[in-house]
Write a protein that binds this ligand. Structure first.
Ligand code: GLC
Length: 602
């Protein structure tokens, strides 16, 4: 009978390792988004740079992330702080030199870190040489951008009238008149970001070559920027109003973007980029990754994974925690949001969870200091890749910025009355390393940082949190360690449930007696809740649970308790470990009883 037990255990172990053999680095890791202007300034000009990031490489290792994603560091007039690229193959001097990039890439490699770049295919800068040649109608650049004749001339002002009512994401008309070419060009973002014309195959080829260039330089993949905007309807009709009272007529949200976003023709372009990435992967023998930024419907998001056998992105970002979870979300809604995403995944597609980025209110400001950690905990322990925006690991908060200090084009364009609703400056302020002047982002007698440091830096900074036992930093490290060490987090099944009105629970479970499964309990209420978790369907009846990590917990790590009475702190989360399957000895005893019964029957 012992032999049967051993055979069973071996079979179970084999099953687990067969699953793991297929798991690539980009699946089990955490990607950490660095906003280079605000991470670390090495040359005292008040703006972060590549050398600064290289100086801080050990921070990435320390917090247990495996992939570094850099917001754009390419040559740019900085009208959208790097998302307006004037040379896709050059490093902007503000960030350093190509040698600095190579040093950073090597530094990553030496530490086993992957380096992912931001690829901005929708537009270039208006200072790109292609655009200047396009203005001059110099072939082959004439149709590199979307040019249209004016609809007419305004009789009172004498100004040319834009071809239609399309609006820029940042507000105001999406059309800018160019005197020299005597035509309007399309810009879905600022006027300094003319939209490239993806109906022109030469543009596609140019952009694919740029992907190849950076993979040859050492990039391990890309984050693809603003993808739903890649193509527009070629008949250029007016867009209908959205009738959303939240927006004024010149704000992007006032229209329904049926002709400028999510066009079916754009997906094959992304599938083509994937092909290029896969070919380079093959050539260089290095696994690459391609992640897509697309704020769109769930249905459209899923199209980025590919179609049939044709591969698309390794994953499109899952923005559910940014766009759908808020402070009013109930436990059952949270369960529904998570289940809906997981169920929408095409077969074989890999999940991911984004908690924040350089465009959206920081998680600690969205959800408060406690629930932000609960969100990060979920992002780290739900199935799929985890994505962290720099500063989340220490729970950095938004910084209030005056109108006078506002530099983000989206804020500036909105004007003094509305800028606070739209400006992204508050989420982009310098990283808070320590309590020295300028939070250690730059040196004391440097130029003023390009955005003010948050006034809370003396209390909220990395150095302080390294000294504290249960700081956000300490919790974050425990979570990333779980991603590395535990098969349950890498490949365990997901079970979601609710207990009462306010408790959301999920498990990551393995059918193994030898490995721990994970139980995460989240309290959405403003008060502590005592929860009986014995009815959680994926928690084995009779199993004890061992506390591992959490927010404001009354338990100590390693403490074993019954799931029948668990105190979950207000807006907090607790992580427990448990054994999901009966141990092999129990299994063996059961088999023994079974065989005795059988022999008695004979
Ligand atoms: C993406 C970027 C954002 C940028 C925009 C235009 O949404 O995340 O920062 O302004 O694209 O490139």
């Amino acid at each position: 009978m012992r032999i049967v037990g051993v055979i069973l255990a071996t079979l179970l172990a084999q099953q687990a390792s067969a699953q793991l053999a297929d798991v690539d680095w980009w699946k089990t890791t955490t990607f950490y988004q660095v906003y280079p202007r605000s991470f670390k300034d090495s040359n005292a000009n008040g703006i972060g740079d590549l050398e600064g990031i290289t100086l801080k490489l050990d921070h990435f290792v320390d917090i247990g992330i495996g992939g570094v994603w850099l917001s754009p560091v390419f040559k740019s007039p900085m009208k959208d702080f790097g998302y307006d690229v004037s040379d896709f193959r050059e490093i902007d001097p503000i960030f350093g030199t190509m040698a600095d990039f190579e040093e950073l890439a090597q530094g990553c490699k030496d530490r086993g870190l992957k380096l992912v770049l931001d690829f901005v295919p929708n537009h270039s800068s208006d200072e790109h040489v292609w655009f200047n040649k396009s203005i001059a109608r110099e072939d082959p650049y004439t149709d590199y951008y979307t040019w249209r004749d004016p609809k007419g001339i305004n009789e009172t002002s004498g100004e040319p009238i834009p071809p239609n009512n399309w609006l820029s994401v940042f507000g105001g008309s999406a059309w800018e008149y160019n005197e020299e070419r005597e035509q309007f060009y399309l810009h879905q973002f600022v006027a300094g970001q003319p939209d490239l014309n993806y109906r022109n195959p030469l543009v596609v080829t140019e952009m694919e070559d740029i992907l190849r260039f950076w993979m040859d330089k050492g990039a391990d993949g890309f984050r693809l920027d603003a993808i739903p905007h890649l193509m527009e309807d070629q008949t250029f009709p007016d867009e209908p109003p959205s009738n959303d009272p939240e927006f004024t007529p010149d704000q992007w949200g006032s229209l329904s973007h049926i002709y400028t976003a999510d066009l079916p023709e754009l997906y094959p372009i992304i599938y083509g980029f994937r092909k290029v990435v896969d070919e380079k992967q093959e050539e260089l023998g290095r696994q690459m990754v391609m992640m897509v930024e697309a704020y769109t419907s769930l249905e459209n998001t899923m199209k980025y994974y590919g179609e049939g056998d044709v591969k698309g992105a390794h994953f499109p970002f899952n923005f559910e925690f940014i766009t759908n979870v808020n402070n009013e979300t109930t436990a059952s809604e949270l369960k529904e949001i998570i289940d809906r995403w997981q169920n929408a995944l095409p077969s074989g597609a890999w999940s991911n969870w984004v908690i924040g980025n350089h465009d959206r209110t920081r998680v600690a400001s969205r959800f408060g200091r406690d629930f932000s950690i609960a969100a990060i905990t979920m992002g780290q322990l739900l199935p799929g890749t985890a994505i962290t925006y720099n500063g989340e690991e220490i729970n950095m908060e938004d910084t209030w910025i005056s109108w006078a200090d506002t530099v983000d084009p989206q804020g500036c364009q909105a004007g003094p009355e509305f800028y606070e609703k739209f400006s992204r400056d508050p989420v982009r302020t310098p990283y808070q390393w320590d309590d020295s002047v300028y939070a250690g982002f730059t040196i004391p007698d440097s130029e003023k940082p390009w955005l003010p440091v948050n006034g809370n830096y003396e209390e909220l900074n990395l150095a302080a949190q390294k000294q504290e036992e249960n700081s956000p930093y300490a919790i974050y490290k425990k979570l990333t360690a779980m991603r590395k060490d535990m098969n349950a987090v890498k490949s365990g099944q997901l079970g979601t449930s609710t207990v009462g009105e306010n408790i959301f629970v999920f498990t990551r479970y393995l059918q193994s007696a030898d490995e721990k499964s994970v139980l995460v309990v989240v309290n959405l209420a403003e008060n502590e809740v005592n929860a009986d978790l014995t009815g959680v369907p994926t928690l084995r009846s009779g199993a004890m649970i061992t506390y591992h990590v959490g927010v404001n917990s009354s338990y100590t790590a390693g403490q074993e308790l019954s799931p029948s009475s668990v105190n979950v702190p207000a807006r907090g989360s607790l992580v427990f470990l448990y054994t999901n399957a009966a141990s092999t000895t129990v299994l063996a005893s059961l088999l023994l009883v079974f065989s005795v019964i059988l022999s008695l029957l004979h």
